[in-house]
Design a protein around this ligand. Structure first.
Ligand SMILES: [Zn+2]
Length: 155
C-alpha cells in the first residue's frame, strides 16, 4: 500500500511545523511465522521547521523505517519478538494516521538547524577574540552622546 498523507491532517505534528506538505507513505501488512500481525512502513517527508540558530525556516528531510507488531495489551507487547515496536490496537482497526504521525513526531530533530555552512547566522562559534573592534569615531555610543551634547551647548 502506498499513498500520500497531507501533513495538515496530522494535527499534533502540524503544530510543530511552519508550513504544510505531504508525507509519502509505504506500508506492508502481514503475519509472521509465529502468527504475529505486523506492519512495516517507510515514510518520506520534507518538513519546514525553525532553525534554532538563525530562526529562519529550514526544510528538514525525514525518512523513517518502522516495523510494528500489533498487540492488544501490555502483556502481548512484552511478548513481542525483538525487532518489533509494539502498536497497541485501540479497537478493531489500527489508525494509520496515528501510526504515521507518531513515527514522524519521533523523527523530528530536537534542535532543528540548517546544515553546516548553509545557515545565514554562520556557525555561531565566535569567540571573544574574534569580535570586530568597534570603530571609535562612528560606532562608539559615547562618542555620539558627546556630539549631541556639544551641539546642544553650542545652541
Ligand atoms: Zn539557520
Amino acid at each position: 500500500m502506498q499513498g500520500e498523507i497531507a501533513l495538515s491532517r496530522l494535527s499534533r505534528l502540524v503544530t510543530q511545523l511552519r508550513g504544510e506538505g505531504e508525507a509519502l507513505v509505504r506500508l506492508r501488512f502481514g503475519v509472521d511465522e509465529r502468527g504475529q500481525s505486523f506492519v512495516t512502513g517507510e515514510l518520506e517527508a520534507a518538513v519546514e521547521l525553525t532553525c534554532q540558530r538563525c530562526l529562519q525556516p529550514v526544510s528538514v528531510p525525514l525518512e523513517v523505517d518502522f516495523r510494528l507488531g500489533m498487540v492488544k495489551d501490555d502483556a502481548q507487547a512484552r511478548g513481542l519478538d525483538e525487532g518489533y515496536e509494539p502498536a497497541l490496537l485501540q479497537g478493531p482497526t489500527l489508525s494509520l494516521h496515528e501510526i504515521v504521525e507518531d513515527e514522524l513526531l519521533l523523527a523530528l530533530p530536537p534542535v532543528p538547524r540548517h546544515p553546516t555552512g548553509e545557515c545565514p547566522a554562520g556557525e555561531g562559534t565566535l569567540r571573544f577574540g574574534e569580535l570586530p573592534e568597534p570603530d571609535e569615531e562612528t560606532d562608539n555610543p559615547f562618542a555620539v552622546l558627546r556630539g549631541l551634547k556639544g551641539r546642544g551647548e553650542g545652541g
